[in-house]
Ligand binder design. Structure first.
Ligand code: BGC
Length: 807
């Protein structure tokens, strides 16, 4: 029965209507004293994190659920059907747990490989990201469960995530950071969109009218709810006015008081309040009516699904005839990571898995004869001599050239990447690299393969020491079995990189402007993110975008491009043939090579892809449809995407560096003239290699002056500044800072210094903005304390004292 919203509103008091606008506790919407149905939402995205007890920092105590591969792995399948399969299983687990909204999926673009949360995001490319996200959302919602597309938008780093200001020019915003959200909104129709913590071009995600109203609702036609990231709201009246629907979590009653005061002062009209409360009823309470029954399933079935998904995602980066390995061979497995496997990331997406993977056990179960040597300890970076020496001794005793295969398990550990903190470099732990060097001196390369783990690019320089590299990403709880499937050849690897693996962090486009000790972040690389930068500016990379090997080979032929659009679509077809001896899947990738222009434009862009299964000798025709968007740029002066006329080239193949099929095509469209040579001079240089854009040049492109938080003076501090910044500025602040540090130390007593939970809580508190911390610090930062800290930082001591006595 449809809910009569007008009727319900007429029964609610002002306080009840206000209470609808914030959550009730951490995960529920308000039930208005039992008058309306409340719903529950939980994280997401690669499994369910349903927390029964609402405890701050409690990221491990959720109900058991299947942990699927994280988004950075799933994207490497290059198959929206894989995202769909995972979404279906997660939705069913959500139904069993009576959860109405799964908070996902993460759809931010990987601006830099260093972002600590990259494992939760799909790709550096908006086209691929959009297709995966839309498929995930559609399927969760087909099953009757809502989703929350996050984090909208330009949320590219964890450093200062609650106060940072992404200063990004409008074209980069529209062509890089927003299209995946656009695709996900238009195709997937998510029930909710989660706004990000950060500011974009000066305004916080929760009250950014340009993003929430002008673009999301008016341009893209989104009519669902915008929910705040947890603690992302400040200046709430402005938030609701600019497009926010629901604040999460409940802000410990503080914002209710602010709203009530504003209502009583006549700053909020009854009409406005009814609209806002009505939106919550329409978007959330109705979900509780829709939720269908869950289909019977077992966790074992879901683990099989997780395994099948990971089988499609792992990327074979190197193979000099080392893999696959026959069962008859003796197997030596080296590395702590083979038993204490890394299969998910830390933070709000941390799942309490129903099974803990162990590759040694999985190989044994499959009939392999295995010797495991621990070699290093995952929780530290330094060499544990006893562990290392004993591994080397046993290796000497057990390794028999040609008759033994050695698998070296390695990768980024939990303290390297996780929610709330970024990396500074792409290094691997020293103890692992040290041991690998020693192992490679003893073992023939033809017998040695590295099995790698991590949610983001790492330094693959070690590759020279091994004969094969199989990259598992963060492969979910069945990653152990997937390793066996792929190493044994039971499954032929078919994943391809959804991001570029650079040689070094200094080669990456944003590295000078990423994760700095400054709220104001400059996106000087503009549209040149990921491969768009490496390809346009001729920067060599370790492994290119779209790269991945197989145990077979594929041949491309017969490219046909229709020479005119039909109904806004341009059809491209070609053939792919399996020319090897085993069956396999190939991801065929289609790129558009753009004409050289008098304005900046990426040399090449991904515009289509298709994964095909082929038996040995089999050939299939693949058809991909291009649209006007495939040849468009965002014309800032017209505020719309425009097809640019010119000579383009369609290029098809197995990765961005290997595109054997090419066809030139002349596209009719608009002429576009923007003399950007002065704004982006490096782009126009012949034989360019890398780029350097000055502040002034970028300001020209950005169209306004760049902010710099270092210019902040006394008097400029507000409740929206970070705890870290504000507490440095007064004696009172320094004392509170000391107390908070001590409490954190006590909370994590006995845990290693670099434990990801401690890092997340510490960064969360210190880098949280004060108003947000009222919601998410578990009461540690009260509204009074927040205001007193701000007054002290601004040297308004009298006001600070007065605050103590205010109600
Ligand atoms: C994260 C979100 C998450 C939310 C609830 C936030 O800190 O940024 O992705 O959904 O917490 O756990």
């Amino acid at each position: 029965m449809a809910m009569d919203i007008e009727k319900i509103l007429s029964t609610l008091t002002i306080d009840e209507k206000i209470s609808l606008l914030s959550g009730d506790g951490d995960w529920h919407t308000s039930n208005c004293n039992g008058k309306v149905p409340a719903i529950m939402m939980t994280d997401g995205p690669h499994g369910l994190r349903k927390v029964e007890s609402e405890k701050v920092g409690d990221i491990t105590g959720s109900n058991p659920a299947t942990c699927f591969p994280t988004a950075s792995a799933v994207a490497c399948s290059w198959d929206p059907e894989v995202a769909k399969k995972m979404a279906n299983a997660i939705a069913n687990e959500a139904k069993r747990e009576k959860v109405s909204i799964v908070l996902g999926c993460g759809t931010n673009i990987k601006r830099s490989p260093l972002c600590g949360r990259n494992f939760e995001y799909f790709s550096e490319d908006p086209f691929l990201t959009g297709k995966m996200a839309a498929s995930y959302i559609k399927e969760v919602q087909n099953e009757g469960v809502g989703t929350s597309l996050k984090h909208f938008a330009a949320n590219s780093q964890e450093t200062r995530r609650m106060t940072s200001n992404s200063q990004v020019d409008e074209r980069a915003l529209r062509e890089i950071y927003l299209p995946a959200f656009e695709e996900a909104v238009k195709e997937g129709k998510p029930a909710t969109v989660m706004c990000s913590y950060n500011r974009t071009n000066g305004e916080f995600g929760s009250r950014n009218k340009h993003l929430l109203t002008d673009i999301l609702r008016n341009e893209w036609g989104f009519d669902g709810a915008v929910v705040s990231d947890w603690g992302a709201t400040n200046d709430v009246v402005k938030c609701y006015r600019n497009g926010l629907t629901l604040e999460m979590p409940d802000c410990k009653g503080y914002h209710k008081k602010v709203l009530k005061k504003a209502y009583e002062a006549g700053e909020i009209s009854d009409e406005e309040l009814n609209t806002w409360a009505g939106n919550v009823l329409r978007c959330f309470s109705t979900l509780s009516e829709k939720a269908p029954e869950c289909k019977p399933f077992s966790f074992e079935d879901h683990e099989t699904i997780a395994r099948e998904i990971e089988d499609e995602c792992a990327v074979l980066l190197k193979n000099d005839n080392v893999l696959p390995i026959e069962k008859e061979k003796k197997l030596i497995i080296i590395g702590d990571m083979a038993v204490n496997m890394r299969f998910q990331g830390g933070g709000s997406s941390h799942i309490n898995p129903t099974h803990k993977p162990n590759a040694v056990r999985a190989f044994e179960e499959e009939g392999f004869f295995v010797k495991h040597l621990k070699g290093y300890l995952s929780e530290i970076d330094t060499i544990d001599e006893k562990t290392e020496n004993s591994a080397i001794e046993l290796l000497k005793e057990n390794y028999e050239k040609g008759n033994t295969k050695v698998l070296f398990f390695m990768g980024l550990t939990d303290s390297y990447e996780g929610e709330g903190y970024d990396r500074k470099n792409i290094n691997l732990p020293f103890n692992q690299i040290h041991l690998l060097r020693k192992v490679s001196e003893l073992v023939d390369k033809k017998d040695l393969a590295a099995i790698t783990f991590g949610g983001a690019p790492m330094d693959f320089d070690f590759e020279e020491k091994v004969g094969a590299v199989l990259h598992m990403y963060l492969g979910g709880q069945a990653v152990d079995k997937a390793v066996v499937d792929l190493v044994s050849g039971k499954v032929n690897p078919s994943g391809k990189l959804a991001e570029t693996m650079p040689y070094s962090v200094s080669d990456t486009p944003a590295y000078r402007y990423f994760g700095l000790d400054n709220d104001d972040v400059e996106y000087r690389e503009s549209i040149f993110v990921g491969y768009r930068y490496y390809e346009t500016f001729n920067v060599p990379v370790k492994y290119p975008f779209g790269y991945g090997l197989s145990y077979t080979d594929f041949e491309y032929s017969d490219l046909k491009v229709k020479d005119s659009y039909e109904n806004g679509e341009l059809t491209v077809s070609f053939k792919v043939k399996n020319i090897g001896n085993v069956a396999g899947k190939e991801v065929a990738e289609l790129y558009v090579i753009n004409p050289k222009e008098n304005f900046i434009r990426s040399a090449i862009e991904l515009k289509g892809f298709k994964k095909v299964y082929l038996n040995p000798g089999e050939e299939k025709e693949v058809e991909i449809k291009l649209s006007e968007r495939s040849f468009s740029v965002f014309d800032v002066s017209k505020n719309k995407f425009t097809v640019i006329e010119g000579e383009y080239e369609i290029a098809v193949g197995g990765n961005i560096k290997d595109l054997p099929l090419r066809k030139k095509i002349s596209i009719k469209g608009e002429k576009y003239f923007r003399d950007e040579e002065k704004l982006f001079p490096d782009y126009f240089k012949e034989n360019k290699r890398g780029m350097e854009i000055s502040k002034e040049q970028f300001e020209g492109l950005y169209g306004r002056k760049l902010g710099n938080d270092k210019d902040r003076k006394r008097g400029d501090y507000t409740i929206c500044c970070s705890f870290d910044d504000v507490t440095r500025k007064s004696l009172f602040g320094l004392i509170i800072r000391g107390v908070v540090s001590l409490v954190i130390k006590l909370m994590f007593k006995g845990k290693p210094k670099n434990s990801p939970e401690m890092k997340m809580v510490r960064m969360g508190l210190f880098e949280g903005n004060l108003e947000g911390l009222i919601s998410v610090s578990g009461g540690a930062i009260s509204p009074k304390l927040a205001n007193m800290l701000v007054y002290n930082a601004n040297r308004k001591y009298f006001k600070a004292i007065k605050t103590i006595f205010e109600k």
